[in-house]
Design a protein around this ligand. Structure first.
Ligand SMILES: Cc1cc2nc3c(=O)[nH]c(=O)nc-3n(C[C@H](O)[C@H](O)[C@H](O)COP(=O)(O)O)c2cc1C
Length: 209
């Protein structure tokens, strides 16, 4: 049975482009994996506390109270227990939301999700696949292969050993007409991502395929 961890981070519950695309992705994922399980983590509704010195001490010292590391342990266990990872993420002030950064600060943990020795950093979550759905108000310059959200999340996931990453960016959301066009563009790409034969006959064809 396939499992996917969906992480949403937009402040907006309604009217969020990243969440809307996440919903569409999950709709198709469910058809492809009819016995699959979706774990939802909304880090906007359930805030993750910022990293503290005590927590970082605990990362390196097993004598530190397990209570301090409880949330980090729980999030890491959740990550390990899923085959795939879907992150929906808005751009806030040229980066990912601080809530999502707080999440990453608890899961990027030495000896738990990566190791670092004389051979360098080695991620321990090597068998996972990830999808990043990003939304930003500005139009992404054509020369930029990835937006700032994708660059930052990719670096973090790579450190964890996750290198199979697919990107679905919705940019220019400040302009509603452009936003609708970009949504449709990415909807089409998500649709194409699910190439399972059984899928095509079951889902509503949005008209452009
Ligand atoms: C606090 C805040 C900061 C933002 N900063 C940026 C930014 O730096 N660059 C940008 O392109 N858009 C920025 N935006 C616009 C959002 O990225 C845009 O509205 C996006 O669609 C939000 O994602 P959502 O639709 O999933 O909520 C910002 C929006 C907010 C609320």
């Amino acid at each position: 049975m396939k499992t996917i961890l969906r992480i949403d981070s937009s402040l907006r519950i309604k009217g969020s482009y990243s969440r809307t695309m996440g919903d569409y992705f999950v709709e198709l994922w469910k058809i492809k994996h009819s016995n699959g399980k979706i774990i939802e983590r909304d880090i906007n509704l359930q805030m993750i506390p910022h990293l503290t010195q005590d927590t970082v001490n605990g990362f390196f010292d097993s004598a530190v109270s397990s209570e301090i590391l409880a949330l980090s342990d729980q999030l890491i266990e959740e990550l390990y227990s899923n085959d795939e990872l879907l992150i929906t993420c808005p751009m806030y002030n040229y980066g990912i939301p601080s809530s999502l950064k707080a999440y990453f600060d608890l899961i990027v943990r030495t000896e738990k999700t990566f190791t670092n020795d004389s051979n360098g950093i080695r991620g321990l979550l090597t068998d996972k696949k990830a999808y990043i759905i990003s939304a930003m108000g500005m139009t992404q310059p054509a020369a930029e292969e990835k937006n700032l959200i994708e660059i930052q999340i990719t670096r973090i996931l790579n450190q964890l050993g996750i290198v199979d990453i697919n990107y679905f960016p919705v940019d220019g959301t400040i302009n509603p007409e452009q936003a609708i066009m970009k949504l449709e563009q990415q909807r089409k790409r998500i649709y194409q991502n699910f190439t399972h034969a059984a899928l095509n006959s079951q889902i509503h064809n949005p008209g452009y395929l």
